[in-house]
Design a protein around this ligand. Structure first.
Ligand SMILES: [Zn+2]
Ligand SMILES: [Zn+2]
Length: 67
């Protein structure tokens, strides 16, 4: 099981980011696909999806306004 950080954002979404390979995955330099939450980190910002790149807009929910 490879290790991942879970970032818990202020919007209550949790995003995983890769932290470390387990031994078999390290040989391949490729995550094995089995995720183990290593640490949960509180993030005082909304996640990227909620921020939408410009401070809280949800433009990506609207087709045609995609940048
Ligand atoms: Zn692994
Ligand atoms: Zn969010």
């Amino acid at each position: 099981m490879c290790r991942y950080y879970a970032h818990r954002h202020s919007c209550n979404h949790t995003q995983l980011s890769f932290a470390a390979f387990c031994a078999p995955a390290a040989l391949l330099q490729n995550p094995c696909g089995s995720r183990h939450i290593w640490q949960t980190l509180a993030v005082e910002e909304a996640c990227e999806d909620c921020r939408g790149g410009d401070g809280g807009g949800r433009y990506h929910d609207l087709p045609g306004l995609r940048r």
